[in-house]
Ligand binder design. Sequence first.
Ligand code: IPM
Ligand code: MN
Length: 355
Amino acid sequence: MNTYKIAVIPGDGTGPEVITEGVKVLNAAASRFGFGLDFTWYDYGGERYLKTGEVLPEGAVEDLKQYKAIYLGAIGHPDVKPGILEKGILLNLRFALDQYVNLRPIVLYPGVDTPLKDKGPDDVDFVVVRENTEGLYTGSGGVLKKGTPDEVAVQESINTRKGVERCIRYAFEYCRKRNKGKKVTLCGKTNVLTFAFDLWERAFYEVAKDYPDIKTDYAHVDATCMWMVKNPDWFDVIVTDNMFGDIITDLGAMIQGGMGIAAGGNLNPEGVSMFEPIGGSAPKYTGKNVINPLAAICAGGMMMEYLGEDDAAKAVENAVKKAVSENLKSLSAGKMGYSTTEVGDLVAGYVAQGV
Ligand code: IPM
Ligand code: MN
């Protein structure tokens, strides 16, 4: 039997609650499809930081390299200054493990409410490929004369040809494999960011030459936001930089039904990848058994696909689809008509039955 070693970092707030349900569902998939999942739990997060002053202990990154994948809950604690845990854990792992693609599917399942008027599942089905190791996120820049009237703050966007190209290439490969709209849209800002997106644009059209079966398109990031609301059906695969990808995928999460369902994968196709629900740690719902675990469950489904367990991934997706179309009243915390653990039981049951 094939057994995959998975590191679990449930993290802060509602992270542990949703990850527990995800593990429940994945175990159901593993027993049905005859493979093993060997989970090792890590306590990295806000609580540990408050106790020890350490975000990630020495050697944590090296240690995590022994796993096939990482399953992450949420990072962010109300008693820790913003930025410390995000940079010290989440961004640190993305960078150190060179997870250069952040893959975020934006799919509206039947039965799920979208705030978009007159739009349905046929209209909202695309994927954002967000560059995940460069851009404004590298921490490049600095500050001078801090706290004085002459203060200067510089935060630079770093775009390397290599980093941009590998991300774009992934988007084209993924588009081909996905085999839906056969179109990759570059989302940028070539009219203002004339250095960074000039590099992106040239790399994009050069890579596109290797994919004559795939159509290309371009949209500025502001227009992308507009089209995502007005004509989301125009998109198949969107490729963009780290910052724009961060912003448009929150918009994407909303049009697919909210943070309760939005999942993503931080991918290093040659290394260790990390899967997470894209919402935060939702401190106000912590410990109440009301948070929606579907985003974490969907992230687990993406992890199965990444491991090559396509049947398991499909089974998780089908089970989630059935739960949202037939059972859950809403995807919002506290309004599902089910508790967190009940949603996990329901989906795990559907996976076991094979719906
Ligand atoms: C995300 C989050 C992170 C990001 C934060 C928590 C650092 O918003 O995964 O989208 O900006 O990438
Ligand atoms: Mn974000």
